[in-house]
Design a protein around this ligand. Structure first.
Ligand code: HEC
Length: 206
């Protein structure tokens, strides 16, 4: 069958396809004939059969691993990636000292409170009075809070402001807002010279 002048490529092609040579096609011709369109009963090409068999074998392992054992599904992968990204964000925030209203904590060290006081005297005293007694803004020394007494609440109010006259202070940056919020809370229970009447609800720290 093999012709003398066949190239290696031709031989390989023949091996992979096992197609009947054109001269011998009549031997595999089926007797279907539709308007002159005829069909050859060539064997399935070995490359195709091998691919099919490999796919079937692969599917058995695939189904067993992912569906029967339920391992490592796309959901797991997604959740794992999301958890990883979240941890990275948290680590970044921590490394760069970035806090937000969900992670902010009360600062109690002297230096932070000193800095908070400075920020307060510069930006807040006009409305809340230097000793926190209140003027345009409410009294910050009493136990009554309009927006809550948790550091997270206070941080939020200072960051976003309110529609009733409290400006937003995003420009101070989260780290400074944390300091001034902590300072404001350190005023709790102090006795201002002219305390403004209490507004809001008594603090319930839960
Ligand atoms: C222009 C005046 C003004 C300035 C400046 C101002 N505040 Fe206020 N602040 C207000 C007013 C008015 C309210 C009450 C808002 C309301 O009832 O919605 C308020 C409310 C607050 C509250 C909420 C109190 C509560 O009872 O829940 C906090 C905390 C606060 N201010 C902190 C600050 C801090 C810190 C600064 C400086 C960074 C500052 N404020 C600057 C006017 C001001």
């Amino acid at each position: 069958m093999a012709k003398k002048n066949e190239s290696a490529f031709d031989r390989l092609l023949k091996k992979l396809t096992k197609a009947t040579p054109i001269e011998q096609e009549s031997s595999v011709k089926l007797d279907h004939n539709f308007d002159g369109i005829e069909e050859l009963n060539n064997p399935l090409p070995p490359w195709w059969t091998a691919g099919f068999v490999i796919t079937v074998i692969f599917s058995v392992f695939y189904i067993f691993y992912y569906m029967v054992q339920g391992k490592d599904s796309q959901y797991d992968e997604y959740n794992r990636e999301m958890a990883k990204a979240k941890a990275q964000v948290e680590a970044y925030k921590k490394a760069h000292n970035i806090v937000d209203e969900n992670t902010v904590t009360l600062l109690t060290d002297k230096k932070a409170l000193e800095e908070g006081k400075e920020i307060y005297l510069k930006n807040c005293a006009a409305c809340h009075v230097a000793d926190g007694g209140g003027l345009v803004g409410p009294n910050l020394t009493d136990d009554a809070w309009i927006y809550g007494c948790d550091i997270k609440d206070v941080f939020k109010v200072i960051t976003n402001g309110t529609s009733k006259g409290m400006p937003q202070w995003k420009a101070l940056g989260a780290a400074n807002i944390q300091k001034v919020a902590s300072y404001v809370l350190s005023l709790q229970g102090t006795k201002p010279a002219k305390p403004k009447a209490s507004e809001g609800q008594p603090c319930n720290k839960g």
